[in-house]
Design a protein around this ligand. Structure first.
Ligand code: AMP
Length: 461
């Protein structure tokens, strides 16, 4: 562990949970996770003021999984209440992802559907429940849910619950569940007086954690957003932009350390000399990171490839361009990322590549920064690669999941199609046909042929 930045293990979580975070591509904890996880593991009550997009769900789900540890007994030991069934499903999905290496049993409860299957699952034994207040009370009154072993309660989006008039139900729930030795956490995007009152009512000596999004990007940053069909095209675009000498000192942000490594390797081998590019992420030792930063700061290295965790809190003067190789899933990281450019009265530029699967996240970022920025086609000199079959499938699956998040009744076009029309053995033939049909603007040259054709993106526009 020496030399690593704070990771999930060092916050007190176990290897199964660290493994799940790795599998999800989490490069390290977000600020709210860093603060909340040790407190919850230490048994404290927590009041978290944080919006969606900060990683708040994992901030309370991870400690719950750790505390419940493994499947045990019949009755639930933890309850998460959320205002809508969309949110309940979203939390449930996060839990599924994070609990994948445990045997914990959990269930999403919400109205609208008949409760039969839900009742059956509870009767088979359950460790954690995620529920809307109404459905929880309904099943409690039917004596399906036994509350005597509940030791952890989380109220998520408390402000929304109050706006939606759930206060009476929440009060009833607080009355019926055990009070002694119960740990409580309350999360809310805003902190009006009524949420504060609720927090006094239900939290005991809470630790307050506030993550305020820095909502507006610096005005001296010009933001460009490009439609990029796949990873290889993103690499071609990087190659294209880096031919331009105006891209003097560039930070490239990637979603995970694997992608960051891949990008750095490609640039060092094919585009720049090895001495012009460095990569930093949480697997790199402290000294390597400090040296890379120093060289970048002094202008000895032109391009720094990084992940959000590695770059948080670092002050680097005079970055001419920030390139978001991937759209950040922690939406407020977008503001932090592009805040690296346009410092101290200088005009900087940021470029963001957006794939089909990332459009959903880009729209969320637009609503956080309260700006609408058109997604443009890439400059025509950039060679657009065909999307490999597996990458395309992954993207379609992600788009399906996003639609399901927004509309719980959506059954998933991608999965249905797959089941109906594709027997398992036809994977290879599909691969060929899909690569032919995927988008291409009919160019056949490789990106390197366009080396000489470089001009500022401002000129291109
Ligand atoms: P939330 O704020 O809980 O709605 O989370 C927003 C998004 O961030 C979700 O897509 C999560 O999967 C993702 N996420 C949560 N924690 C991390 C992390 N430590 N690193 C990267 N992504 C994360």
């Amino acid at each position: 562990m020496l030399g690593r930045m704070a990771d999930f293990l060092s916050l007190g979580l176990n290897p199964q949970l660290q493994r799940a975070c790795d599998a999800l591509g989490y490069d390290g904890p977000t600020p709210i996770q860093e603060k909340t996880i040790p407190l919850l593991l230490g048994g404290h009550d927590v009041l978290g003021i944080a919006q969606t997009g900060t990683g708040k769900t994992a901030a309370y789900v991870l400690p719950l999984l750790m505390q419940c540890k493994y499947a045990q007994g019949q009755n639930p030991r933890a309850l998460i209440l959320a205002p809508t069934r969309e949110l309940v499903m979203q939390i449930y999905t996060v839990m599924q992802d994070l609990a994948q290496f445990t045997d914990l049993r959990f269930l999403a409860l919400y109205g609208g559907l008949g409760p039969k299957t839900q009742i059956q699952a509870i009767e088979n034994g359950i460790d954690i429940l995620v529920s809307t207040p109404g459905r929880f009370l309904e099943l409690y009154r039917k004596e399906v849910i036994v509350v005597k072993e509940l030791k952890h309660l989380v109220l998520d989006e408390a402000d929304k619950m109050m706006d939606m008039g759930f206060m009476p139900q929440i009060r009833q729930i607080l009355e019926v569940i055990p009070y002694k030795k119960r740990q409580n956490a309350l999360f809310s995007a805003t902190f009006p007086e009524r949420v504060e009152n609720l927090s006094h009512e239900f939290l005991e000596f809470p630790h307050k954690i506030e993550i305020t999004p820095q909502a507006t990007p610096a005005s001296q940053v010009k933001q460009f957003v490009f439609d990029a069909p796949n990873l290889k095209t993103k690499i071609n675009a990087l190659e294209y932009f880096l031919q331009n000498p105006e891209f003097e000192r560039v930070m490239i942000f990637c979603r995970s350390k694997e992608v960051a490594n891949q990008v750095e390797k490609y640039l060092a081998r094919k585009v720049l000399s090895e001495s012009q590019v460095r990569v930093i992420h949480s697997n790199k030792g402290q000294n390597t990171r400090i040296n890379a930063m120093q060289q970048f700061r002094e202008g000895l290295v032109r391009v720094l490839v990084t992940t959000d965790v590695a770059s948080r809190g670092i002050d680097i003067p005079k970055v001419s361009h920030v390139i978001n190789f991937d759209v950040p899933l922690i939406y407020e990281d977008y503001v932090h990322r592009i805040g690296r450019t346009g410092r101290a009265a200088e005009i900087g530029e940021s470029i963001t590549f957006v794939t089909l699967a990332e459009r959903y996240h880009w729209a969320k970022i637009e609503s956080i920064i309260q700006q609408k920025i058109d997604i443009e086609p890439l400059p025509s000199a950039i060679y657009e690669e065909d999307t490999p079959f597996l990458e395309r499938q992954d993207m379609l699956r992600a788009v399906d999941d996003q639609r399901k998040r927004e509309d719980p009744d959506f059954k998933g076009a991608f999965h249905e199609k797959k089941h109906k029309s594709r027997p398992k053995s036809s994977t290879n033939s599909n691969q060929k046909s899909s690569s032919k049909t995927s988008s291409s603007r009919g160019k056949t040259k490789s990106a390197s042929k366009f080396r000489s054709n470089t001009s500022s993106i401002k000129k291109k526009r």
